[in-house]
Write a protein that binds this ligand. Structure first.
Ligand code: ADP
Ligand code: MG
Length: 323
């Protein structure tokens, strides 16, 4: 995209930066991590039809494209520094660019994550953001620190839970009918997830392991278990649920909660003795956390109900290459 490329960048993606040593406009951006800190880096690509519906509001898309990346920083306990944006656009659509950049910058400013550079080209709509964050040297929260006896926790909105994004997807697919206000609420959960950045930072030195839920709780927790060489028992009835999800049939609640995906909540482990510190960290970050299970030495993930009865093994994680 040569015609208009520089005007487009100047107009929509070139707000001044304060924290970066060099922002957009040169061959490289230059970031300035503080002494004693390490850089945490993560990259996520969003493809139309696969990660978002073509009809999505561009401001919500700008929000979500950055949110899914900030969620990875959150899972590592990293504090956002900056990001780059690689964008392929089928055409220059001023309304779309206006909305997309406004949504992206609004979330970026909330989390102090400066847009420091990127690349722009013509092509099928594709959004690739790379985020850079700071963690104290050696202090990143990783997937491999869970130990037998630790509690398993999940974050959520104080009045929400997990599974709403999947419930919204089912409503879009027409497999469930929701009243208008419920549909708007779960649609917002799907389109504008809130990355748990403050919680990740507050959990440094408290959580033994963490991961963010992007592909479904069971699948993502399984990654953490494998990396930690442990297993777990999860109480499906302990999962936090919004009133909208709780109004659905139990089987649908379980599908959405256990294998829904697109939640962008943090699942983390911590020693049982750290319960009060976990709750204090959540309070500090203004989010809720719920204890949903326990780490065990025996590998594998066992899902039970509140009576301790094993649930059928049917709740597989959303997998990009299977569905
Ligand atoms: P180069 O050819 O050196 O890669 P470009 O011409 O692609 O540089 O980009 C010019 C400047 O604009 C660079 O500093 C780049 O980081 C920035 N930039 C390009 N696209 C974007 C974008 N979508 N968002 C933010 N900055 C961008
Ligand atoms: Mg370039």
């Amino acid at each position: 995209m040569s015609l208009g490329e520089f005007d487009l960048i100047a107009r929509y993606f070139n707000r001044p930066t304060r924290r970066a040593a060099v922002g957009p406009g040169d061959d490289c951006a230059v970031l300035a991590p503080r002494a004693g800190m390490q850089l945490a880096v993560s990259c996520d690509m969003l493809v139309e039809g696969r990660h978002f519906l073509p009809t999505v509001d561009p401001a919500r898309l700008g929000h979500k494209a950055l949110a899914v990346n900030l969620s990875d920083l959150a899972a590592c306990g990293a504090e956002p520094l900056g990001c780059t944006l690689a964008l392929a656009l089928p055409r220059v659509d001023a309304d779309w660019l206006e909305g997309f950049s406004a949504g992206l910058y609004a979330l970026a400013e909330t989390h102090g994550c400066e847009l420091v550079g990127g690349d722009t080209t013509a092509g099928p709509l594709n959004i690739c953001i790379t985020v850079f964050g700071e963690v104290p040297a050696g202090g990143a929260l990783l997937r491999n620190g869970a130990r037998a006896g630790d509690a398993v926790w999940i974050s959520h909105a104080p009045d929400g839970g997990i599974g709403d994004a999947r419930l919204a997807l089912e409503a879009f697919r027409g497999t469930v009918a929701l009243p208008g206000d419920a549909f708007e609420r779960v649609r917002r959960a799907m389109e504008q997830p809130q990355p748990r950045v403050a919680l990740g930072v507050a959990l440094r030195g408290i959580a033994s392991a963490a991961i963010d839920v992007s592909d479904g709780l069971l699948g993502d927790l399984s990654h953490l278990l494998r990396r930690s060489a442990v297993g777990a028992t999860l109480d499906a009835d302990a999962l936090p649920r919004s009133s909208d999800l709780a109004a659905q049939p139990l089987a649908l609640q379980r599908l959405c909660g256990l294998s829904g995906g697109d939640d962008y909540e943090l699942v983390f482990t911590a020693p049982e003795a750290a319960r009060a510190r976990v709750q204090a960290a959540a309070h500090e970050a203004a989010v809720a956390v719920t204890r949903i299970g326990r780490i065990e030495a025996a590998s594998g993930l066992r899902v039970v109900d509140s009576q301790g009865r094993a649930l059928a093994d049917a709740w597989t994680s959303f997998d990009h290459f299977r569905s």
